[in-house]
Design a protein around this ligand. Structure first.
Ligand code: PFF
Length: 447
């Protein structure tokens, strides 16, 4: 396969892009952020961010990628050579490697939980035991490092094989299966005694809880979950043929991604409230409640194991796209072979992942950073997963509007006769709404 491939079909692209978008962000991160930020209020702001900020930025990235046919750095360079604009691309590449580093730690947890569930650890364990199992698990340094290394190794192996061969095959089977499991789990969770209190938390917004942090975390989560602000959709767009309709593709990805996140909430919160557990436990939330469910349902051992395999696969299609960002940069701009680029960047992610993997109690310093009073993983998640993706999205919007110009973007979006009825609204969004909103939310954090 040539180093710069193309998607083999329309569905292939949507599945791969949705494969990038759907991952731990939907099932691990969305519920924990919603739980921490007042539930329904967060959900409401999140959905608004997906529509008002996410979709416009996604179109900007896809069109920029396809028009230039370049990687996250090369695209900016192709449009404004000899300037510093391609530094946006460097920020994309660095963000992708940093997100990959802590994301792979959580992905390693899904592998560990697959083995634990299959081995019967959660058979009829109560919630206190489940929480204790989790605390012990994240505090085991050797195991954490091993799982991190395994996950990065899996990612590197696939990315070194190339675009359509590696990425597409995967998403085709995984997505529908994951969807089916989530629906089954939701039905079960909704029938638990006390589920209605969880539903109320998830669906009835309490506006008194509104504050700047809710906005930042909902906005960051929208970009993170849609794989925006770090050049992923830009890179994927560069593999896209002119025949594809960008607007329809973007809309599909957003709908699939948001549905999976919302479904996850319908599983987690009813179960959580039925067990009288607190929704604001942070990053461990999903790993503390799902095993409780698997311990209760008939056939929970196998079903739970299957769930964690699917979750690991969903994470893998996301880590693949994360690694693809620096890799396609190194192939195009630095003329490395795909194999070498993949191993190099995988190695970097592994190195940067070490502090995150040791921040669950095994190394005191990383588990509670003196100046920040949080653990390293949570800090990395916030810095790269919230702030950096928001800054990246802001910069891409500014670049498209002020440097590339919206008429060029529009020409790309409506290439080969693809209509774009909402063109005016898109211009309004990318020119004014996105930059202003993102800036206000970011700046408000520092006042
Ligand atoms: N969107 C992924 C998720 O929600 O799990 C995370 C992600 C993957 C972000 C790939 C960015 C990216 F390039």
């Amino acid at each position: 396969m040539a180093s710069r491939g193309k998607w083999s079909s329309h569905v292939g692209f949507i599945l791969a892009a949705a494969g990038s978008a759907v991952g731990l962000g939907n099932i691990w991160r969305f519920p924990y952020l919603a739980g921490k930020n007042g539930g329904a209020l967060f959900v409401l702001i999140y959905i608004a961010c997906v529509i008002v900020l996410g979709l416009p930025v996604m179109l900007a990235e896809l069109s920029l990628g396809r028009a230039t046919g370049k990687n996250a750095v090369g695209a900016f360079r192709a449009i404004r050579p000899g300037t510093k604009w391609h530094w946006i691309g460097y920020l994309n590449v660095v963000t992708a490697v940093m997100v990959l580093s802590f994301y792979s730690v959580i992905a390693g947890w899904t592998l560990g939980y697959f083995v634990k569930t299959l081995g019967g650890t959660f058979k009829s364990t109560g919630k206190d035991d489940v929480v204790a199992v989790f605390s012990r698990f994240i505090a085991s340094p050797g195991l954490q490092l091993l799982l991190l290394a395994i996950f990065i190794f899996l990612t590197v192996s696939i990315v070194s094989k190339g675009v359509s061969a590696g990425l597409e095959k995967f998403s085709k089977v995984m997505m529908p299966a994951l969807f089916a499991i989530l629906i089954l789990l939701m039905v079960y969770s909704l029938t638990l005694p006390g589920a209605e209190r969880g539903l109320a938390f998830y669906l009835k917004p309490d506006f008194s809880e509104i504050n700047g942090r809710v906005f930042l975390e909902a906005m960051g989560q929208a970009f993170f979950s849609l794989s925006l602000g770090m050049g992923a959709m830009l890179t994927y767009g560069s593999y896209l043929s002119k025949k594809e309709k960008l607007v329809a593709s973007a809309a599909w990805v957003a709908v699939i991604d948001t549905s999976v996140a919302l479904l996850a909430g319908f599983i987690i919160f009813p179960a959580l409230f039925s067990q009288n557990m607190a929704p604001d436990q942070g990053p461990g939330l999903v790993f503390a409640i799902l095993p409780v469910i698997f311990g209760k349902i008939p056939g929970g051992t196998l079903f739970g194991a299957f769930f964690f395999v699917m979750l690991a696969l969903a994470a893998l299609t996301s880590t693949i796209s994360l690694l693809e960002i620096p890799v396609s940069f190194l192939i195009d701009e630095k003329k490395l072979t795909r194999r070498r680029a993949a191993w190099l960047m995988g190695g970097a992610a592994l190195l940067f992942g070490i502090p995150s993997s040791l921040s669950g109690g095994s190394v005191k310093f990383f588990s509670r950073l003196p100046a920040f009073h949080i653990d390293f993983l949570s800090l990395w998640d916030k810095v790269w997963g919230n702030i950096s993706v928001s800054v990246g999205s802001l910069l891409i919007a500014l670049f498209v509007v002020h440097v590339w110009k919206t008429d060029k973007a529009l020409a790309e979006i409506s290439a080969e006769g693809a209509g774009f009825r909402l063109a005016r609204i898109w211009i309004l969004a990318i020119k004014y709404v996105c930059p202003l909103l993102i800036l206000v939310v970011l700046v408000s954090q520092f006042i």
